[in-house]
Design a protein around this ligand. Structure first.
Ligand SMILES: O=c1ccn([C@@H]2O[C@H](COP(=O)(O)OP(=O)(O)O[C@H]3O[C@H](CO)[C@@H](O)[C@H](O)[C@H]3O)[C@@H](O)[C@H]2O)c(=O)[nH]1
Ligand SMILES: [Mn+2]
Length: 737
């Protein structure tokens, strides 16, 4: 009904544009498909005869190539149908400025040491300062550590906000995280602003030094505690895993006395540490968010919920308005459950030694958006509250944004706090649909992705929005081992989704589009990728030692599909990377990380997933550290890979690098000594190239093994062990096989 009414003079609040080079890309993609077909045909048609050397290796390669072919096909779904979104915020203001929906922002933190309170409150301040009516904005901090230090920092932030918010609005500051803002501007050019700048900076620095001092001492003084009654809630606190619910409304937006220094109202600000007991599983981040969903329903009940990690500050004060354009669009808004922004990082170096999510963010998610289903990736995502709470999509529920406004509260603030605490108790979830059908799903290390899929399976659509000015900036892992651990968690979780109730292989079939299903497979199948990749990076190199060819020789026509697929796929990959704003060296680094992730993280993730599904272990959420030592981050800035400590993941990648080094040395020896080396080269060319690329890509690793002397080099024990393994493997292969 409503749709009919508006469609006459309908002027949309957002538009969707298709990628212009679509047809070209599809033709290119088909040509690669044909190439892959010929490669597989070659494998099937040329299996070495019974008893011939390398028969089983050959069959293994066939399996690996079949896998890569399948995986490649899935990745096409991410590129086939890319779309780009644009919003019209001026139209939004014209039409709805007085009817904007309420928005609740959830920031979560879990450890005051690896997630320093200063970082947390910078994120909080940045979202409090959104260009949005403050009476419609509420900010909640979930503290899974229940740390009084974090509470203290938030209390300080609530005072500072009274100066910071009007300052941001007056001078149209960007970004609105004070820390990032002061770093980006050393001296204001405009003299008129200079005074205000100096004053606010001073306030910030004073606050910072108070918080840092408290953090260094490790506890708060009696005097600090006496400044706020909220601290009394820590009296019964025994540990991070064992404490009552701590809930404090620091700023009550409905209170007419809560004003900033210019007399404008302030957003509501709430601190919550949900109840924790050792006997009850707290379900990590999913449990924290679900507690917030319930508590916030009682306090502010925003229609839209934004969820950010504590290290992801808002870099664009217009984001909420962008999002509201999607939700309030009269024709298409009613079917959107969530709007996901990209994850961008503040601390990536120019050539991204740890790789980045560049292609995922700039290409692949646009591809999924083309099928109506951007994934939910945990942070920087705005949800429609109802959809997040389990509501099924229903065509009838159009135009419900303008429902009731906050009615004047009957109870006092204290009563409200006490009543809301119930919703954060550790037993509240038991025997309810929370964590299953409602809120974020429990039991998965990637609660975000799986929750997004289940929302889409209930009929909702989602939107991916990637504006010019980045909406959020976070902290990427600074050391290689942190990165590998993070990817282990993801690959394990993504793989387990396939076997879950909302598997994109089975359950989702028919509920989401097939293109989107394939798109999700790319992520779900991260872990098993390790098998084919390990095989490809070991077996062909080993067979070089025996001079057994496993690929067509250079003079054979079968060489053509291999050469075509490899060269065109990689040329395209480089072009895509540059087009997304990367550098050539960045691309090369990305390939290295691709290899390391696939051979170590994914392998461990794969094993962990299997152990978990047969009931041997339980997955945990290892929180990614956001701070490091001075010299570690110095090396990171210089783009030097950080090893330092031993880890089983390093053993694998080092053994692999050693093995390829030995095989390559074997080739060099053959080429130098053998009179028929031209013939050898012709027969073995693809294997030699593969081995050579492996050596080349591992160059920084060899330096860490043999050359570097700094603290971030590979530990000597690990070097010895891995080189030993590699030598052993080569020798065994040569003499006993
Ligand atoms: O028990 C926990 C554990 C974590 N967190 C918070 O969850 C967020 C993400 O944790 P982090 O260690 O930074 O993980 P990342 O690997 O960086 O997280 C990515 O991957 C996760 C899923 O694996 C998603 O939940 C995140 O949103 C996404 O940024 C942080 O704000 C944590 O404070 C909690 O609140 N409680
Ligand atoms: Mn993180």
């Amino acid at each position: 009904m409503k749709m009919k009414m508006v469609s006459d003079g309908y002027v949309p609040l957002f538009e969707t544009n298709k990628f212009k080079g679509r047809v070209m890309y599809r033709l290119f993609s088909v040509s690669i498909f044909v190439g892959i077909f010929f490669i597989l045909a070659y494998r099937v048609g040329h299996i070495p005869g019974e008893g011939a050397d390398g028969k089983w290796a050959w069959i293994g390669l066939f399996a690996a190539e079949l896998w890569f072919g399948f995986y490649w096909l899935c990745t096409q779904a991410l590129r086939w149908n890319c779309v780009y979104k644009r919003t019209f915020k001026d139209r939004l203001s014209q039409r709805y400025e007085n009817d904007l929906p309420r928005v609740d922002v959830f920031v979560c933190t879990a450890d005051p040491i690896i997630e320093p309170p200063m970082m947390v409150i910078n994120t909080v301040l940045s979202v409090m300062a959104y260009n949005y009516p403050p009476e419609k904005l509420s900010v909640y901090l979930s503290d899974d550590a229940g740390s009084d230090l974090t509470f203290y920092a938030l209390l300080e932030a609530s005072h500072f906000a009274k100066e910071w918010l009007p300052y941001c609005k007056k001078f149209e500051v960007e970004p609105r995280s004070p820390g990032a803002y002061f770093l980006s501007i050393s001296d204001p050019i405009d003299v008129g602003k200079a005074k205000a700048f100096v004053a606010i900076k001073k306030l910030y620095e004073n606050m910072e030094s108070r918080i840092r001092r408290a953090a260094n001492v490790g506890r708060l003084s009696e005097e600090q505690r006496s400044k706020h009654e909220g601290f009394s809630q820590w009296e019964t606190y025994s540990s991070k895993q064992d404490h009552d619910t701590i809930l404090q409304i620091l700023i009550d937006g409905t209170d007419l006395n809560a004003r900033d220094v210019e007399g404008c109202s302030l957003p509501t600000l709430v601190y919550l540490a949900r109840e924790k007991r050792p006997r009850y599983s707290h379900n990590f981040k999913a449990g924290a968010i679900n507690a917030l969903i319930r508590v916030s329903k009682k306090i502010s009940n925003g229609h839209i919920i934004l969820n950010v990690d504590c290290d992801m500050y808002s870099n664009n004060s217009e984001s909420v308005r962008d999002v509201v354009c999607f939700f309030m669009d009269e024709e298409k808004g009613y079917e959107i459950a969530f709007v996901q922004f990209p994850q961008n990082f503040e601390n990536v170096t120019k050539n991204e030694i740890h790789g980045s999510f560049r292609e995922n963010m700039e290409v692949e998610f646009h591809g999924m958006d083309g099928y109506g289903g951007a994934p939910y990736i945990g942070t920087g995502c705005f949800h429609r509250r109802d959809a997040l709470c389990g509501k099924k999509f229903d065509r009838e529920c159009i135009g419900e944004w303008n429902r009731e406004n906050v009615t004047k509260r009957e109870e006092s603030l204290h009563e409200l706090e006490d009543k809301s605490k119930v919703y954060a108790s550790c037993t509240y979830d038991e025997n309810t649909l929370w964590g299953k059908e409602m809120g974020l799903k429990y039991g998965s290390p990637v609660e975000d992705l799986i929750t997004g899929i289940s929302i889409q399976c209930r009929g909702w659509k989602s939107v991916y929005f990637n504006p010019e000015r980045k909406a959020f900036l976070g902290v990427a892992p600074i050391t290689l081992s942190q990165l590998l651990v993070q990817h282990k968690r993801w690959s394990e979780g993504n793989f387990l989704i396939l076997f879950s109730k909302t598997s994109p292989a089975l359950y989702a079939h028919g509920r989401i589009s097939f293109g989107l299903q394939l798109g999700y497979w790319c992520y779900c199948f991260w872990a098993p990728n390790c098998l084919a990749t390990l095989y490809y990076s070991i077996i062909p190199s080993l067979y070089l030692l025996k001079s057994t060819p496993l690929f067509p020789q250079a003079s054979s026509p079968w060489f053509v599909p291999f050469a075509y697929v490899i060269s065109s796929k990689y040329s395209y990959s480089v072009l895509e990377f540059l087009w997304c704003g990367g550098t050539i060296l960045g691309w090369w680094n990305e390939q290295r990380i691709w290899l390391y992730k696939r051979t170590s993280s994914y392998l461990f993730g794969f094993i962990a997933a299997i152990l978990k599904s047969i009931g041997f272990s339980d997955s945990a959420f290892v929180i990614t550290a956001k701070i490091t030592d001075e010299d570690v981050s110095e090396r990171y800035q210089k783009e030097i890979l950080e090893f330092g400590a031993s880890s089983p993941m390093f053993t694998i990648i080092t053994t692999l690098a050693g093995l390829n080094m030995f095989c390559f040395l074997g080739v060099v020896k053959k080429l130098a000594m053998d009179a028929a080396s031209i013939r050898y080269f012709d027969r073995m060319v693809l294997q030699i190239v593969l081995c050579f690329v492996m050596v080349l890509i591992n160059w920084p690793l060899y330096q860490a093994l043999f050359v570097r002397q700094d603290k971030g080099k590979m530990p000597s024990s690990l070097t010895l062990q891995s080189i030993g393994f590699a030598l052993f493997a080569c020798t065994c292969f040569l003499f006993f096989q």
